[in-house]
Design a protein around this ligand. Structure first.
Ligand code: HEC
Ligand code: HEC
Ligand code: HEC
Length: 457
């Protein structure tokens, strides 16, 4: 045993000796250390989804120029490529850390909290070091300015943000929970920090601050609204019988890594979050996120079991007699893919019975999906794109309202009715939807309003 170890040791020593005669061992070591550090930094940039906000429409990665709409006006993201004139090429690691974790720019000015530094405050020193190395050594510099952010008074006064930070910035560095497993703590680190899930999933208070930066606050991750689209709660039971609260660990991992699972498919701003960020995380990290989310679930009244109501809707649609307008529109337009039971087909057609998007108090996500359609993201784990066509070109506002009202009360669903005015408001916000066979420039072709198309059917 001992001799074996000695022989292995001697062999290893010989290898090191040989290697060092070929190339100085230190140089060889440092270049492979740096490669590993850059790879780690790239992974962290993915987990933090830096590219999402720092890339303009059609622009180069990280070159900035994306306009972010906020309560105080439009804030333009900046160039964070290592270009010395227009980017962050002159940032020291300490300045980079101050920008990412404290919201303080290289020149000392405060950043607007559209940059999620209140969450990134939890990123570790080691991860900041890797992130900095990646940006400085591996991101391509882009010598292009971005449009400066021009807010109106008093929001253009960046010093005011110092007071905002004093009042609302989180408790700083990540504090592991000594009672929780290493896996749950890793998940907490990713969710509360790099993943900044709370920036969309936590309701905002009167000064646009997130109500809680970790699970010690009951409002943390309880959902909200993003540009009108409902963001579901990740904390506890909701009205949605097949929403997040009912998912297994494996189903959560599947949703985050591929944008689809046995029940649901991603829509709204969660789709780019999966496509650009979460799909790149390894299985261990996705499992850590799922374990952590399960560990902070709050208990509350679970939705009542309603098999009779589910059966009543399914039976009526199957018999296809005495249908309401909403029921008939469902059979004609949706049933082929989502089926009479509203259960869809696992990982292909999401369930409409019990879905979060159908049962949300705010129906805008549902209305937008019916009008504009949807597509699952393409990821390495699930490359196929499954499209749902938009129906905006052939259903009137009143028809979409009747259909949505039926969906929100059919099967086990129990959400309020939708009005034609709500549909009209959403239609006005969406880009024009293509009518199959008709070319659309930037406006619907003359006469091709939903009403006109409908009348011609
Ligand atoms: C949700 C959007 C968003 C995400 C995600 C985001 N940023 Fe930002 N970031 C911004 C905005 C907006 C600004 C400019 C704010 C301002 O002008 O006050 C900014 C500013 C910065 C700055 C200051 C640059 C300068 O000199 O103006 C740095 C550095 C930075 N971000 C790095 C990062 C890194 C690294 C990540 C990923 C870990 C990241 N950002 C993720 C929105 C974002
Ligand atoms: C940019 C905003 C944004 C960010 C960041 C974000 N989400 Fe989401 N998330 C959404 C929206 C919007 C939905 C609703 C999707 C839909 O309607 O199909 C959603 C849905 C979900 C769902 C499905 C819930 C259900 O009941 O259907 C899960 C799970 C989820 N997000 C987890 C996360 C996790 C974990 C993170 C952080 C790693 C995260 N999200 C970050 C916006 C976001
Ligand atoms: C050709 C098949 C097909 C038809 C027809 C169809 N859908 Fe879909 N639907 C899909 C697919 C595929 C998705 C997943 C896309 C995504 O959300 O990423 C989807 C997603 C949805 C979602 C989002 C579900 C979630 O979990 O976020 C809703 C709501 C929805 N469909 C409602 C309808 C309604 C209402 C109709 C009829 C007006 C309809 N669909 C017609 C295939 C279809």
């Amino acid at each position: 045993m001992n001799t074996m170890r000695n022989i292995t040791f001697l062999a290893a020593a010989a290898c090191v000796a040989l290697a060092s005669t070929a190339l100085p061992a230190s140089a060889q070591q440092s270049s492979s250390d740096e490669k590993a550090l850059i790879a780690k930094g790239e992974y962290i940039a993915r987990a933090g989804d830096c590219v999402a906000c720092h890339t303009g429409p059609g622009g180069k990665p990280f070159a900035g120029g994306l306009a972010l709409h906020s309560a105080v006006g439009t804030i333009v993201s900046t160039n964070i490529t290592p270009d010395k004139q227009f980017g962050i090429g002159n940032y020291t690691e300490a300045q980079f850390s101050a920008a990412v974790r404290d919201g303080i720019r290289g020149d000392g000015a405060h950043l607007y909290p559209a940059m999620p530094y209140t969450a990134y405050a939890k990123v570790s020193d080691a991860d900041i070091h890797a992130l900095y190395t990646y940006f400085m050594k591996a991101v391509e510099p882009v010598a292009a300015p971005t449009e400066p952010t021009a807010l109106i008074f008093p929001f253009n006064m960046r010093f005011g943000l110092g007071l905002w930070n004093k009042a609302f910035a989180g408790a700083g560095a990540f504090k592991p929970n000594p009672q929780a497993s290493a896996e749950i703590n890793r998940g907490a680190y990713l969710v509360e920090g790099l993943g900044h899930c709370g920036s969309c999933h936590t309701p905002r208070g009167f000064a646009m601050q997130e109500e809680g930066m970790d699970a010690s606050n009951a409002a943390f991750l309880t959902g909200g609204e993003l540009e009108g689209w409902p963001v579901p709660s990740l904390r506890g039971p909701t009205k949605a019988t097949k929403g997040f609260a009912s998912w297994t660990q494996a189903e959560i991992v599947d949703y985050l890594g591929t944008g689809r699972n046995a029940h649901a498919a991603v829509g709204g701003e969660m789709k780019p979050a999966v496509e650009r960020s979460l799909a790149y995380l390894n299985d261990a990290d996705l499992n850590a996120i799922a374990s952590y989310l399960k560990s902070i679930a709050q208990s509350g009244p679970t939705p009542p079991a309603v098999p009779e109501k589910v059966r009543a809707t399914t039976d009526k649609l199957t018999a296809a007699k005495d249908l309401t307008l909403g029921e008939r529109l469902y059979l004609d337009n949706c049933g082929a893919c989502h089926f009479a039971g509203g259960q869809g087909a696992a990982r292909v057609f999401p369930a409409l019975d019990g879905a979060s998007i159908v049962n949300a108090d705010n129906p805008n996500g549902l209305i937008a999906t019916i009008l504009g359609g949807a597509q699952t993201p393409s990821t390495d784990r699930s490359p196929s794109v499954l499209p749902m066509p938009g129906f905006g070109y052939r259903l009137t506002d009143k028809e979409v309202a009747s259909l949505a009202t039926f969906l929100r009360s059919g099967w086990s669903n129990q959400a309020g009715p939708v009005s034609a005015d709500q549909v009209a408001a959403m239609r006005a916000k969406l880009p024009p939807q293509p009518v199959p066979g008709i070319q659309i420039e930037d406006k619907p072709a003359k006469g091709q309003t939903a009403e006109a198309v409908h009348a011609s059917h």
